[in-house]
Design a protein around this ligand. Sequence first.
Ligand SMILES: C[S@@+](CC[C@H](N)C(=O)[O-])C[C@H]1O[C@@H](n2cnc3c(N)ncnc32)[C@H](O)[C@@H]1O
Length: 232
Amino acid sequence: MKLFSRSRTAAKAEPPPPVTHGGRRPARLEVEAFATSRVVLDRLVPVVGVHPYPLSELMLMAAAFFDLRPAQVIDVGTHHGKSARIWYELGRLLDVPPPVHTIDLCDASHPEFPGKDHGRHCRGLDGVTLHTGDGTEVAAQLLDAAPGVPTLLFLDGDHAQDTVTRELALCDRMPGGSVLLHDTLTQPGSGYNEGPWEAITTFLATRPDIEAHHSHLGLPGMTLLRLPATPA
Ligand SMILES: C[S@@+](CC[C@H](N)C(=O)[O-])C[C@H]1O[C@@H](n2cnc3c(N)ncnc32)[C@H](O)[C@@H]1O
């Protein structure tokens, strides 16, 4: 398959062509990065800007989405709803947009309680459902209700190591899916959300079958885990 041409690099945002090898998902992450860049610039940046997800992370989010072409997205940590809005905007580029489930604890005692701005970027959008509750528990229910469905799980809730470790255990319920984690800065001692990186490092040491991609450009940091089709 010809991956890019002059027309592919033209100004209109369109979904990057799927990259497949013998009809299967490539063994390593490969996307057509020109078309992915257009999507980021034309469809995402005008709507969500570059905060809290800078360009490198928007690229990884779009790459993860078009790599998997998920049948559902589970977004943990709705807050104001920017990540859920990103999944919605990417889905609009596909013939069949995946449903987006976004979950927030909505606990007024939590330091990141969204208050009245809860979900303001994604509320009322077609196919976007706001759930209230613990991300791991609600995500487990959603995964059990749709077994075998290719799922993209986005983790941006509580950044404590034990919470992220609990969330990563969801990988066992979603073979062939992808997990994207936010705030995975890798510098121990930085004092900035060290939990996600600690949790990933420990988890990956037990799962060499999982392919990881780290944005590694510094703050805030994002990591993609591509899960094998059959659980370890
Ligand atoms: C960093 S913000 C998420 C930003 C959001 N993804 C966005 O793009 O606007 C973290 C959110 O996670 C929520 N949260 C914290 N712990 C949670 C948990 N255990 N389950 C679900 N949500 C949680 C907080 O209430 C807060 O709204």
